[in-house]
Design a protein around this ligand. Structure first.
Ligand code: PLP
Length: 408
């Protein structure tokens, strides 16, 4: 008899985006003539930078001739891309990361989802609330979370991110083995200061724990004092794995390219306390289960680091950040408390009412779609997330409509 993985039965239904679509469809059926503005989902709206498109085309042409055609590439990514990443994203910022510590992949979603496979099933895991749902759901699927009771899983240590702690969770009161952190944060838009990140690295070193650091939104950091990588912190090489993505940085959500950094010094332990290299484990996992990212996509990603590519990405990110400032300032002027939007494309707004009630008000009266915060965890209740990923024109129009509704 074929049996299922019963851990899947413990997953909460993926309610958030399904429910948003349901409410949006119902609205549009009633009012087909009304144009909605979507500031809900975290997908980019601008075309790929020209430098990437040109490199993409050239690489496709190489695939069209026997002499330059490429078959299977290196599973961990081509050296031309890994070397640029190591140099521009890490070494130039004083972080000691080498090209062979970079693993190129098709997305930070798959990597943050898959990484838990290389750890024991009975480790103690700490996960922020609110959270990008992938970290939690993949551990539920793997059987580490236990049963759900009152909206929380019994074996997960929740790291509450609230207005009181500036949306940067405090160290857990109990000992945990694996910690997920994400900065700039999705959904709160919060960032972490160097001294706060140092405290987490220190915690991990003292407790022989590991930090999984999701820096998918690193490119949106404007404040030069903020760390962009966990490896800017001394001692992090031994206790942290970092995830990055070209998705939001350079518009690769549909093209797919990201990377994970596993330093050679990063170790985990077996039941006897003997150390094992996570670099070796991740290499084994990836080379067994994937065959790399396509050559044209890696060539397009490499172009992000050319002079032209860097200038275009800067403009691209700058335009979204202009939107984020407009959203943040408009909501502050309307008297709402906001986090994010200064070093991140998300603005997290305290609504003073139930998240879904506020969502419905914006949908039905302002014709704007946002994301209810409660969909990201219990601590998101009473908040909404507004994303800066849209055209300037749409963001201005949305803010104008929101202002009229909230003032009225
Ligand atoms: N990590 C965070 C925090 C995200 O918000 C997202 C996408 O929204 C991802 C990772 C996924 O990125 P990718 O497109 O590289 O899979």
């Amino acid at each position: 008899m074929i049996r299922i993985n019963e851990n899947y039965l413990k997953l909460k239904p993926s309610y958030l985006f399904t429910e948003i679509s349901k409410r949006v469809s119902a609205f549009q059926e009633n009012k087909p003539e009304t144009t909605l503005i979507r500031l809900g989902i975290g997908d980019v709206t601008r075309a790929l930078p020209h430098a990437c498109i040109d490199a993409f085309h050239r690489a496709i042409d190489e695939m069209a001739a026997d002499e330059t055609f490429k078959g299977y590439g290196p599973e961990q990514g081509y050296a031309f891309l890994r070397e640029k990443i190591a140099r521009y994203d890490f070494q130039e910022r004083g972080a000691d990361i080498q090209a062979d510590e970079i693993f190129v992949s098709d997305g930070a979603k798959s990597d943050t989802a898959n990484i838990q496979e290389i750890f024991a099933s009975d480790i103690r895991i700490a996960i922020p609330d609110p959270v990008y749902p992938v970290y939690l759901d993949t551990n539920v699927m793997a059987g580490r979370a236990g049963d759900l009771s009152d909206g929380r899983y019994e074996h997960i240590v929740y790291l509450d991110s609230t207005a009181e702690n500036g949306f940067v969770p405090s160290l857990p009161g109990e000992k945990v083995d694996l910690v997920y952190l994400c900065f700039p944060n999705n959904p709160t838009g919060a960032t972490i200061r160097r001294d706060q990140l140092e405290a987490w690295v220190d915690y991990a070193r003292k407790n022989r724990a590991l930090i999984l650091y999701d820096a998918a939104y690193e490119a949106f950091i404007r404040d030069e004092q903020l760390p962009r990588s966990i490896y800017e912190i001394n001692g992090a090489r031994e206790v942290a794995i970092e995830f990055r993505s070209f998705s939001k940085t350079a518009g690769f959500t549909g093209t797919r390219c990201a990377f994970t950094v596993v330093p050679r010094a990063c170790m985990a332990f077996d039941g006897t306390g003997a150390t094992h290299s996570l670099h070796a484990f991740w290499t084994r996992r990836q080379s067994t289960k994937m065959n790399g990212v396509s050559y044209p996509v890696q060539k397009a990603a490499e172009a992000v680091y050319s002079d032209e590519g860097r200038a275009q990405v800067k403009e691209f990110v700058g335009s979204y950040m202009g939107n984020a400032s407009l959203v943040r300032n408009a909501m502050l002027n309307l008297g709402y408390e906001c986090a994010g939007g200064e070093n991140s494309p998300y603005v997290w707004i305290k609504t003073g009412m139930d998240s879904w009630e506020f969502f419905d008000m914006l949908l039905n009266r302002a014709h704007v779609v946002c994301t209810p915060g409660s969909g990201f965890g219990l601590c998101g209740d009473g908040y909404i997330r507004i994303s800066a990923f849209n055209s300037r024109e749409n963001v201005e129009m949305a803010l104008d409509r929101i202002s009229r509704v909230l003032k009225g």
